[in-house]
Design a protein around this ligand. Structure first.
Ligand SMILES: C[S@@+](CC[C@H](N)C(=O)[O-])C[C@H]1O[C@@H](n2cnc3c(N)ncnc32)[C@H](O)[C@@H]1O
Length: 221
């Protein structure tokens, strides 16, 4: 592993200590994580126990009325985010792959979230324009080369003072590598990060959590 990556990620011991000293992952999410590992060749796409608890905490802090998630996968992060919804709140989640949509639907039912989670099958760039908003919280976690486009499509639907959480904004450290913008996904993340830094209407903090989680706040004027 290059020196850059060694310094980016926590040791397995530190990861374990953090997990052992944080609120335990709910049983249903343990089951979902196991099923995802059995059925997907990319189970690492799932948020996981610590990030899941972080998403739940943030959602509890904000008590959102409407959440938009871009990239449902098997539904793990949606269930975590839904934990903090306001009483009558709704979470909209977009996913392009029918295989994941079906698994996610069964876990939303098992979590008692049928009335609170609305699944939108299809390509995010086609679905976002159809959703009315306003959103209090957006979790951006789909194809990395389109983060900047998704931001543009979301921005007017995000209420002033609303939040975007953008996952993977260090993209496994690839943003730090020489020739980083030679691959499409890394270039997409780098474009998005520059845009957040320079955008006059947002505040942005790129947290060194896992492979980067950006907290972005739309300024209220
Ligand atoms: C990293 S995974 C999401 C993980 C999930 N948020 C979690 O933490 O458990 C990204 C998901 O985005 C989906 N996706 C990729 N491109 C998409 C697109 N253009 N529109 C909608 N979903 C897309 C993928 O099929 C994949 O399930």
């Amino acid at each position: 592993m290059s020196d850059i990556l060694t310094h980016l990620f926590l040791s397995p011991e530190a990861e374990r200590y953090i997990e052992e000293h944080s609120t335990a992952e709910p049983e249903l999410l343990v089951k979902l994580r196991r099923e995802t590992h059995l059925k997907s060749h990319m189970p690492q796409m799932l948020s996981g126990p610590v990030q899941g608890r972080l998403l739940s905490m943030i959602s509890h802090m904000l008590k959102p009325q409407q959440i938009l998630e871009i990239g449902t996968f098997t539904g793990y992060s949606a269930i975590c985010l839904a934990e903090g919804l306001d009483n009558n709140g709704i979470l909209h989640t977009i996913e392009i792959n029918p295989e994941w949509i079906e698994i996610a639907a069964s876990y939303f039912s098992a979590a008692g979230l049928d009335a609170k989670v609305k699944q939108h099958p299809g390509a995010a760039k086609e679905i976002i324009p159809l959703l009315p908003g306003p959103f209090d919280l957006v979790f951006l976690d789909a194809d990395k080369d389109h983060y900047s486009l998704y931001f543009d499509l979301i921005f007017d639907k995000l209420r002033p003072g609303g939040w975007i959480l953008a996952d993977n904004t260090l993209w496994y450290g690839r943003v730090l590598m020489p020739d980083a913008d030679k691959d499409r996904e890394t270039a997409g993340i780098m474009e998005f990060n520059r845009k957040m830094k320079n955008h006059p209407d947002v505040d942005c903090l790129l947290l060194p959590h896992r492979d980067g989680l950006s907290l972005i706040r739309k300024k209220s004027r």
